[in-house]
Design a protein around this ligand. Structure first.
Ligand SMILES: NC(=O)c1ccc[n+]([C@@H]2O[C@H](COP(=O)([O-])OP(=O)(O)OC[C@H]3O[C@@H](n4cnc5c(N)ncnc54)[C@H](OP(=O)(O)O)[C@@H]3O)[C@@H](O)[C@H]2O)c1
Length: 340
């Protein structure tokens, strides 16, 4: 089968950034299903993995952790899917990714493709669905029945992750959602998705919060880098509040600034459950099934805003370049791999 791989951390304007290669057709065993990939989406992790390589790899690395396609065959222990089913999944970062014609994935982290969506639209959902869901409900432990409308601040809310977090918080909790965005189009996008207030992360957050009636907020989901917001979050989080961090911090941060308020600091990594095969791994398949149903019912929407066409070495380079600008609204998609 064809796949598109990286070997080293080349910039996207280097013609060898991505290489078209041939790999052996994978065969599913146990809980694995073999999927023909019809569409993928790109996330910041794709670019971070590429740019994090040091030296040249001996073996090709196939990136990509958002896909939609048709089940071709299944392993002997598979219960939830059969050949012909259309599915979506983020996958497992320790295994070959979705920049390929076919991919193996564990059925327990797979959900059905939502009815009524194209494969490209569906491919934009899984990764950010899972991290948004786990951040809000497993890490921040937002009480879905809290009638006090607790405030949830989502920093950097117009990107892929924030776009799903706004929608889940709006549909599945009573939270007052305060999104941050810095441009007219990203501010509008957050409002359209259901944010009650939108403030600007390029300005003074504590002052803007005060202006809309909040000295502090009990929940913060930081979809951006931690360093610029570390001290600010300690000022604006409520006593006994909770913060969820999703980006790795390449610096030592002073945790003690959160002690006086007894703040709960949570990390969320969507891949934890598949990396370690935790007991909660199969919950991810259930979350994707639930979200598939919510999309069908029209309670939430897909957030595809850009389609880069079929996967080629050059369309992938353009897509990586685009994500590296850090200005996404929602998510982008590409369709299945194409001969160059
Ligand atoms: N831990 C996990 O499992 C996991 C999973 C998914 C993502 N992540 C991480 O979460 C982060 C967000 O992912 P994503 O998919 O949402 O990325 P994304 O789509 O690339 O985010 C783009 C958004 O970032 C906003 N932004 C840019 N600079 C900002 C700043 N200084 N402060 C606040 N917001 C800023 C932009 O808003 P404006 O244009 O309005 O400024 C833009 O809408 C990334 O670091 C990603 O690696 C982690």
């Amino acid at each position: 089968m064809k796949a598109i791989a990286v070997y080293e951390a080349l910039p996207t304007d280097n013609a060898n950034c991505f290489e078209l290669i041939d790999l052996e057709m994978p065969v599913p065993v146990n809980h694995d299903i073999l999927v023909r990939i019809d569409a993928i989406s790109i996330n910041p992790v794709d670019s971070k993995e590429r740019l994090g390589l040091s030296g040249r790899l001996d073996e090709p690395l196939v990136l990509g952790w958002d896909a939609c396609g048709e089940v071709i065959s299944v392993g002997n222990s598979v219960q939830n899917f059969k050949a012909g089913d259309m599915v979506m999944y983020a996958g497992d970062i320790t295994r070959p990714g979705s920049y390929a014609e076919f991919q193996l994935v564990d059925e327990r982290i797979v959900g059905p493709k939502p009815e009524g969506l194209s494969c490209e639209e569906a491919a934009t959902l899984p990764l950010t669905t899972l991290v948004a869901w786990e951040s809000l409900f497993d890490r921040l432990e937002i009480d879905r029945d809290d009638s006090d409308s607790p405030a949830l601040l989502i920093i950097g809310a117009a990107g892929g992750l924030g776009s799903m977090a706004i929608q889940f918080a709006r549909q599945l909790s009573n939270c007052t959602i305060i999104a941050t965005a810095s441009r007219p189009e990203s501010k509008n996008w957050c409002s359209e998705l259901g944010a009650h207030h939108v403030i600007d992360h390029s300005g003074n957050l504590p002052e803007q919060l005060k202006a809309i009636g909040y000295e502090t907020v009990p929940y913060i989901l930081n979809c951006s880098n931690n360093i610029p917001y570390w001290e600010i979050m300690s000022q604006i989080v409520s006593p006994e509040g909770a913060i969820c961090l999703v980006a790795s911090t390449k610096a030592k941060l002073d945790l003690d600034i959160y002690m006086e308020k007894s703040v709960q600091i949570n990390y969320e990594l969507m891949f934890t459950r598949s990396i370690f095969g935790t007991k909660k791994m199969s919950i991810q398949g259930g979350v994707l099934a639930r979200v598939s149903e919510m999309i069908r019912a029209g309670t939430i929407r897909h957030v595809m805003t850009e389609n880069f066409g079929p996967m080629t070495t050059s369309s992938l380079a353009k897509a990586h370049q685009h994500i590296e600008r850090g200005r996404m609204l929602g998510k982008m998609a590409l369709s299945g791999i194409q001969q160059q």
